[in-house]
Design a protein around this ligand. Structure first.
Ligand code: ZN
Length: 338
């Protein structure tokens, strides 16, 4: 080992060592969501030398992301760069020895298995509970260890799930709480100190899983960075857990919703009925008569009066400035051939 090499300091940490580092190099991790938690995790794992990272995110950068999301800068916001793409670009500059695969997509029951099937470990960087239950179903079904994390305001939670060995998310919470029952970061805010801390804890769990450490977190850990409290509760597998005991995958078997209101924001996402690949050049030609069009390789922004549509190549559209699904669907069908 080069004594001053890139990984020399973590290799000197006895619990990783040369052997652990080699395991990291030969590992593959899927990071689902690349906001504050997912971006923090991708950064830790990429710098630590995890050989292959797949980063999945459906959004592109906004100004309100920069206060927390460590992989991005102002240029990414101005260029409307998708988060997954900006994260991959940044990580390749940080560490050219690893492979980073950006995937700009919504995570749905249709694609989640293919996004994780070749991963050794899955890291949760998502921003809502429905999605985490879907991830739990997919990881339990494929026996993939995964690290849950959620953060809002100054409080966060994390838990490491080893399907078949430790409790899964549905052992702890049988059903996803209703969307209205939980506050979101858009409503009550979130601190970058919390997301930094929590993403570091999640990354450390991923690293321990990858190198086969027996010291993985088996508790549900609650953290409050404002009152500075850490509380670990013991969680047990349930004999009647729908997912890990009965192997009923309710979230994975549910149809993907076509129209999704993004909570706490005046945004509605409309997905195409069938998989599609849009040709932005011809679409821009037809939309220019109705409004202003700008596009890059990944996203097209169309503005007409008070209406703004962010159109992705896979046909997914985010409609801004509307708050109900029906209006969003109408606006999309008026302008797009979906
Ligand atoms: Zn379970």
């Amino acid at each position: 080992m080069d004594p001053e090499g890139r990984y020399s300091r973590q290799v000197r940490f006895a619990k990783i060592g040369v052997e652990g580092q080699e395991k990291l190099r030969n590992s593959r991790v899927t990071v689902l969501g690349c906001g504050a938690l997912g971006g923090g995790i991708a950064q830790c794992l990429g710098r630590a030398g995890v050989g292959r990272l797949r980063i999945v995110d459906r959004d592109f950068l906004e100004w309100s992301n920069l206060a927390r999301q460590v992989l991005f800068d102002e240029e990414d916001v101005r260029d409307h760069t998708p988060k997954a793409v900006a994260a991959a670009r940044r990580l390749r500059r940080v560490n050219s020895e690893i492979e980073v695969e950006p995937v700009v997509a919504d995570i749905t029951p249709t694609n989640v298995l293919s996004l994780i099937e070749d991963a050794d470990v899955v890291a949760d960087g998502s921003d809502n509970m429905e999605l985490r239950f879907l991830v739990n179903d997919a990881c339990v079904k494929l026996s993939k260890p995964w690290v849950y994390g959620g953060a809002v305001a100054a409080r966060g939670m994390t838990m490491t799930v080893r399907p078949g060995t430790t409790a899964c998310l549905r052992c702890v919470l049988e059903d996803a709480p209703s969307a209205e029952a939980l506050p979101t970061c858009n409503e009550v805010g979130v601190l970058n100190t919390l997301t930094g801390l929590l993403s570091s804890i999640q990354s450390n769990e991923v690293i321990k899983l990858l190198i086969g450490s027996g010291e993985v977190n088996e508790a549900l850990l609650r953290v409050d960075v404002w009152s500075l409290t850490f509380e670990a509760s013991r969680v047990e597998r349930r004999g009647d857990c729908p997912a890990c005991a009965l192997r009923r995958f309710d979230f994975l078997d549910a149809p993907a919703p076509r129209v999704l209101k993004l909570r706490g924001r005046s945004l509605v996402q409309v997905s195409p009925e069938r998989p599609t690949k849009l040709d932005f050049t011809s679409l821009a030609g037809s939309l220019r008569k109705d409004g202003n069009v700008e596009y890059n390789e990944y996203v097209m922004v169309f503005k007409s009066g008070a209406c703004e549509l962010d159109v992705f190549r896979d046909g997914r559209v985010i409609v801004k400035g509307v708050s109900d699904a029906e209006t969003a669907r109408r606006v999309v069908s008026r302008y797009l051939p979906l």
